[in-house]
Structure formats: C-alpha cells, structure tokens
Write a new protein. Structure first.
Ligand SMILES: [Zn+2]
Length: 245
C-alpha cells in the first residue's frame, strides 16, 4: 500500500489514471449488480459481465480501457492465447515461461498440468533461465513464452532451448511486442527503463530472427473470429508466433 501511495504522490498522471480506472470499475460493478449484462465474456475463466476493466500501467503511464478481466486478471493477449490453445488442442503437459493470469485453472479444467518457470521467485514452480532450461528434451506438449524475450539478451538461444524441450508434435507459442513499421530489430546496449526494461525493439523481421531454421508460422487469432467474438472476448494483441517440432 505504501508503494502505491508513494507512486501516486510522485506521479500525478498515474494518480489520475488510477482514479479514473477505480471509478469506472465501480460504475461497471453497479451496472452489473443492477442486472446489466453487457456483452463481454472471458474465454480464460468464463466470467461474464458489463465490460472488462481499465488497465493502469505504472511504468509507461497509460490507461488502456476494456483490458483486464476482473475475475482472473487476464489481458487481451491472454484471452487470445486461450482461444489459440483450444484451437491447437493441447493434450500434454504445458510449460509457461513466467506466470500468465488465469492459465492454471484454464488448463486444469481441460485436465492439463501447467508448470511455470521464472527467473525470480514468486508465482513460479521452478526458478530457471529460459536460455538454459532445466528439462530433458521432449518434455512439453506446449511451451508458452509471451512478452519475455524482449527482456532476454540471448533471445535466439532461448527459442532454441524452448524448441529442444518440446515433444515431437508439440508447439511453442511465442509473442513479443514489435513495431511493424521497423524493418529490422534494434538492439539496445542497456535495458531501457522507459520501456519496462526491454533490451531491444523488435521489427518486422522478428519471426525470421527468432525462428530461423525452425518450422514456424505467424497466427493471428483475431482473423479466425467474427467481429462480435473479438468484441465479446475483448481480444487484443492476437498475433502469435507458433513453432512446431
Ligand atoms: Zn477471466
């Protein structure tokens, strides 16, 4: 709580965003209590309600509306991932590199065991480095790696490690933020604090760069949904790089 108070005092813009998000969430909750169903449904946890809540970023000072599921905390990309995982038809153990909101109960409902690996303790089952995974080759049916590689210096080794740990026929689901208007990825010498510690800006070459020599394709979950489904599920950031072994 002290951290939140300090952040609010130090940064009026964060305070304004946070206050707007809290007020909006309260209004939506009242509308739900009054019986307004709205038109949103979380494909991760099954929550239905008036609308997703605002996401307030403490790092880069913006408020993204219709973003967070109030039950499981999923963002648009996590809901897109849920749709993709059902499409892939996961049948074996799943590894997630860093935790993903709502993923554990989502997979449990489908009888799938999830293991979370992270570089630091917290919600991880195993502490480890994505560039040297502590697993035998062929362990996982699916490995999920969303918004991690932009923080990893040797990102190409990380993808090869993920590929090694996959069972034959398994899939790696990778997503990085990228600038489609930038032809080539730009490396930084230091993590950029204004970009939440990113080590590079990926450009339009990100897929070739990360998966050279591997069998992979870009999948846009949104293109397989109707506009009504995109609105219903609050889908955003729906492009994934899917690597098949
Ligand atoms: Zn949810």
């Amino acid at each position: 709580m002290n951290g939140l108070v300090t952040r609010i005092i130090k940064n009026p813009k964060y305070a304004a965003n946070k206050a707007a998000a809290v007020i909006e969430a309260a209004v939506f909750r009242v509308r739900e209590l009054l019986g307004a169903r709205g038109g949103t449904e979380c494909p991760v946890c099954g929550w239905r309600g008036f609308d997703f809540r605002s996401f307030t970023s403490p790092g880069v000072m913006y408020r993204r509306r219709r973003a967070v599921c109030p039950r499981c905390g999923s963002l648009g990309r996590h809901r897109a991932l849920a749709v993709l995982l059902d499409k892939l038809g996961v049948s074996g153990p799943v590894l997630s590199i860093s935790p993903i909101p709502g993923l554990h109960p989502f997979l449990e409902k489908r009888g799938i065991r999830l293991t979370v690996l992270d570089i630091s303790p917290g919600r991880a089952d195993i502490i480890g480095d994505v560039t040297a995974l502590p697993f035998a080759s062929g362990t996982w049916s699916v490995v999920i790696c969303l918004h991690v590689l932009e923080h990893v210096r040797d990102d190409e080794t990380a993808v090869r490690e993920i590929h090694r740990s996959l069972a034959v026929g398994g899939h790696a689901v990778v997503q990085v933020p990228y600038d489609p208007d930038l032809a080539e990825t730009v490396e930084y010498t230091e993590p950029d604090p204004l970009e939440e510690g990113h080590l590079r800006t990926y450009g339009a070459d990100y897929a070739e760069r990360l998966t050279a020599g591997l069998s992979s394709e870009k999948t846009d979950v949104q293109s397989n949904l109707t506009p009504e489904e995109v609105r219903l599920y609050g889908i955003r950031d729906a492009e994934f790089l899917v690597v098949e072994k």
